[in-house]
Each structure stands twice: as structure tokens, then as C-alpha cells.
Design a protein around this ligand. Structure first.
Ligand code: BTN
Length: 213
């Protein structure tokens, strides 16, 4: 109790910026200090990994960016945090897609500079693109759970993040195809390495789009 009281006094509460419409929460967050959080009802130019777009009608998804200290495994930590916040059987596809019943329900995009990392998380709630999944939880409740889990996992020891990622993984143990610019690697996803790289038939894969075969 004393500790909790001390932490409330000792740690300023994060600045939460709420917007109706933004290009991307990442763009707004980039200009803010560590500890800031940006939430929007709608994005006109939401983006995903590998130069993809991220689209959802207004107020149908949780669209949030956290400004955090740099961390080499932040994208895995954020995936773990998001899966924990969602609960209910949400699993992780490498590196950090959130899957529900095999369909993509959310994703994580980390954009880092040497002094800070902007960690964007999008979760489909009342709408999903064809073939994807939605979570059907209240946005504000989910945001509160996510704030707690992001705080916890973004500062957790790397070994704890990797261990929990392995437990939540839907990728490890499967045959996979990893598509990279112009090439593809097929094999068994055996493990993740210390920096979150996917080990496919003994070879580390650091980026790409994974298909579960
Ligand atoms: C992916 O699956 O490729 C990552 C998707 C990340 C989407 C979120 S929504 C909030 C934040 N703002 C963005 O423009 N992208 C991330």
C-alpha cells in the first residue's frame, strides 16, 4: 500500500492525447515525450508493418500509440502486452500479429529513434476486414488493460518477455513460409532468438511476412 502510494506520487501519470481523427496516431506520438499515449477514433493514413496500410471505420477499433524508451525487443514485448490485455485466447503470430480463432484481430508497429520508440497497437473491435477477426470489447476498458500490460512488459527482463511470447505463440512448431522482398523461406518455426528473430530450420529470420502453412 505504502509502495503504491509512493509510486503514485513518484511517477507522473502519462499524458493521454485523445483525437477524433488523425493521419496516424504514430505521427502525433512522434512529437511527444516518453510516457505519452495517443488514442484516436479514426486514422486517415493508418499504417502497418512492411509499408502496409491499416484501415478501420471511425470508432470501430482501438488505435493507440505509446511513446516508450528504446528497447531492442519492444515489438515482441508489445505483442505480449496486447495479447495479455485482450485475453480470451488471443495468440501471437511472429513477430507480433494478434490472432483470434486463426484470424488477425490486431497488430503492432514499432517505429524507433535512438532516444525513443513509438509503439502503435491497433485492435479490431466492432468491425474487421474480410477474413480478419474482431474482439468485441469496450474500447476504454481495453485501453486501460493495455496501458497496464504495456507498462509491465515494456520494462520486463528480456528473458521474461521471450518466455511469455513463446507461451502465447501460434507460430512456433508450425511449418511456415516467410516472404521477404523477392525471396521466401519455408521450414519449421523452431524458436525465437534473444532479439526476437524467428529460427526457421536453424536459420535466424529477422523480418518478413509469415504464412502459417
Ligand atoms: C501491422 O499489423 O502491420 C501493424 C498494425 C499497427 C496499426 C496501429 S493502429 C495505431 C497505430 N497507428 C498506425 O498508423 N499504426 C498503428
Amino acid at each position: 500500500m505504502l509502495l503504491l502510494a509512493y509510486r503514485r506520487v513518484g511517477q507522473p501519470s502519462p499524458k493521454v492525447v485523445r483525437r477524433k481523427s488523425v493521419s496516424s496516431t504514430q505521427d502525433v506520438a512522434r512529437a511527444l515525450p516518453i510516457g505519452s499515449i495517443v488514442v484516436a477514433d479514426h486514422q486517415t493514413a493508418g499504417r502497418g508493418r512492411l509499408d502496409r496500410t491499416w484501415e478501420s471505420p471511425p470508432r470501430t477499433a482501438l488505435l493507440v500509440s505509446f511513446v516508450l524508451p528504446p528497447n531492442p525487443i519492444l515489438s515482441l514485448a508489445a505483442g505480449v502486452a496486447a495479447a495479455e490485455a485482450c485475453g480470451g485466447g488471443v495468440r501471437l503470430k511472429w513477430p507480433n500479429d494478434l490472432l483470434l480463432g486463426g484470424g488477425k484481430v490486431g497488430g503492432v508497429l514499432v517505429e524507433a529513434t535512438p532516444d525513443k520508440a513509438v509503439c502503435g497497437i491497433g485492435i479490431n473491435l466492432t468491425w474487421a476486414p474480410r477474413g480478419a477477426a474482431r474482439l468485441n470489447q469496450g474500447r476504454n476498458q481495453l485501453l486501460e488493460k493495455l496501458r497496464i500490460e504495456v507498462n509491465r512488459w515494456a520494462s520486463a527482463p528480456a528473458d521474461d518477455v521471450l518466455a511469455r511470447w513463446r507461451e502465447l505463440s501460434d507460430t512456433l512448431g508450425r511449418r511456415v513460409r516467410v516472404e521477404q522482398s523477392g525471396t521466401a523461406i519455408e521450414g519449421t518455426a523452431e524458436d525465437i532468438g534473444p532479439l526476437g528473430e524467428l529460427i526457421v530450420d536453424g536459420r535466424p529470420v529477422t523480418y518478413g511476412s509469415v504464412i502459417h502453412l
